[in-house]
Design a protein around this ligand. Structure first.
Ligand SMILES: [Zn+2]
Length: 212
């Protein structure tokens, strides 16, 4: 199973991807994390990445794809992969044309106030990366590992609006193009995490049943 997951910021990608990866035994590839690992391990790719990220520059699509390619070639012990946070624009999608993708799961949100609200309440565990919110967890400590929860540094209204605008302009065309290829699995992501997850499992099962 070779998947990508797409959705606006705050649509719950991180959490849902974690569950999808677990259920179908997929390697969970988070582009941002992989980039950080390469830099930390000072690989040849890491050194190139550092030159961009250390000065706040966007990493060019071809390099993002190199990073992905390396991860995807190494999926021993897994039954496939799920890529989180790519492709976010058509340029990345074109650059990924040699990576075979079976389906794109789209966490669809129409009402962007839902997103604004979620992001402004979001808390992240710096240690195990789990995402929660001030509604779900009032202890300020991660329920899984005990670390003190943090807000993401860019979770404020201005950057949220900017990220939504960028998603509409650049990521929606990517979603549309997966739809035209008959590879889009559309999910109503405006409901509770559990309901969303159930719909994801149901639709993934149906999609792969059909394509067998
Ligand atoms: Zn934790």
């Amino acid at each position: 199973m070779r998947l990508v997951i797409l959705g606006a910021p705050g649509s719950g990608k991180g959490t849902q991807t974690h569950h999808i990866a677990k259920k179908y035994n997929l390697k969970h590839v988070v582009v941002g994390d992989v980039v950080k690992d390469e830099i930390r391990n000072k690989t040849s790719l890491g050194k190139i990445l550092y030159e961009y990220t250390s000065v706040g520059k966007f990493v060019p699509s071809e390099i993002v794809i190199d990073v992905l390619d390396k991860q995807i070639k190494n999926t021993k012990g897994f039954d496939g992969f799920i890529i989180d946070t790519a492709p976010i624009n058509m340029q990345q999608k074109d650059a990924m044309k040699n990576i075979e993708i079976d389906a794109a799961v789209w966490l669809k949100i129409v009402n962007f106030d839902v997103i604004r609200n979620r992001i402004l309440k979001r808390l992240i565990c710096p240690k195990c990366k789990r995402v929660t919110s001030v509604d779900e967890n009032t202890t300020n400590h991660c329920l899984h590992c005990g670390a003190e929860l943090e807000k993401r540094y860019d979770d404020n209204i201005e950057t949220v609006n900017k990220r939504i605008a960028q998603y509409e302009k650049e990521t929606l065309p990517v979603i549309e193009s997966f739809r035209q290829e008959g590879k889009l699995i559309e999910i109503n992501a405006e409901r509770s995490k559990k309901e969303v997850l159930n719909e994801i499992f149901e639709k993934i099962d149906k999609f792969f049943e059909k394509s067998l």
